[in-house]
Design a protein around this ligand. Structure first.
Ligand SMILES: Nc1ncnc2c1ncn2[C@@H]1O[C@H](COP(=O)(O)OP(=O)(O)OP(=O)(O)O)[C@@H](O)[C@H]1O
Ligand SMILES: Cc1cn([C@H]2C[C@H](O)[C@@H](COP(=O)(O)O)O2)c(=O)[nH]c1=O
Length: 213
């Protein structure tokens, strides 16, 4: 059976992830793969309810992190693991790198505690190493000032989108640190380019791994 693939999309709000995720799903379908397109926080009825709380209710950073990981555990067990077991391509708009970037670097919450929560929430005993991680993370790297311009007036901002540019500088630095710690898993996409160039680079990252022709 074809091996499942778990690909995550990451970046600050407004970096351009959603603009490309459906196109990549279509590209995989053209290549004969079944695709599960999903997002975090969310992806199951329970996780979507937790998302509504996390994105709109004021709370401290630990509560926020616990909600993210609770939503993730449900999503992993209900959606991601079954899809990977069926040999599907799972494209997920954000995953645990977002928790390290937003709750860790953005809010300043303890990275070691996040790492422990990650070990519990992503435990899949059948896997070598026992922990589910993405096969590839596409990091849309964009300056917070440009992202803010792109989002200005586009929609009513949620709790995170309403944060000042300094918050997103810390979040972006968090993503850069995650890439440095695990270079093999990440592809950095320069998101300040025109859409066509971003799409080209994204496809190259997939082709370079032999996952698309
Ligand atoms: N390469 C690009 N050049 C200019 N504008 C872009 C580009 N890519 C996306 N945009 C625009 O920027 C805005 C944000 O894009 P998009 O919603 O895809 O970002 P996102 O990373 O998914 O954001 P969020 O995480 O907040 O949902 C949209 O208005 C989109 O049309
Ligand atoms: C998974 C995850 C997400 N967030 C934040 C990041 C975004 O501001 C929102 C999700 O909105 P999107 O439009 O779907 O990108 O949630 C977070 O702070 N921590 C996380 O783990």
């Amino acid at each position: 059976m074809t091996r499942g693939l778990f690909i995550t999309f990451e970046g600050i709000d407004g970096a351009g992830k959603s603009s490309h995720i459906e196109a990549l799903a279509e590209e995989f379908r053209r290549a004969g793969r079944v695709v599960t397109l999903t997002r975090e926080p969310g992806g199951t009825p329970l996780a979507e309810r937790l998302r509504a709380l996390a994105l709109h209710e004021p709370m401290d950073a630990l509560t926020e992190a616990l909600l993210m990981f609770a939503a993730r555990r449900d999503h992993l067990l209900q959606v991601i693991e079954p899809a990977l077991a069926r040999g599907e391509v799972v494209l997920c708009d954000r995953f645990t790198d977002a928790t390290f970037a937003y709750q860790g670097h953005g809010r300043g919450f303890d990275l070691e505690v996040l790492a422990q929560l990650e070990r519990w929430a992503q435990a899949v005993p059948a896997l070598p190493g026992g922990l589910r991680q993405p096969d590839l993370t596409l990091w849309f790297d964009l300056a917070p000032e440009i992202a803010a311009q792109r989002l200005a007036g586009a929609r009513v901002p949620d709790k995170f989108e309403a944060q000042p540019v300094e918050f997103f500088r810390r979040v972006a630095a968090g993503y850069a640190a995650r890439l440095e710690a695990d270079r093999g898993r990440f592809a950095r996409i320069r998101a300040d380019q025109a859409r066509e160039a971003v799409w080209h680079d994204l496809l190259q990252a997939l082709r370079g791994r032999g996952w698309l022709q």
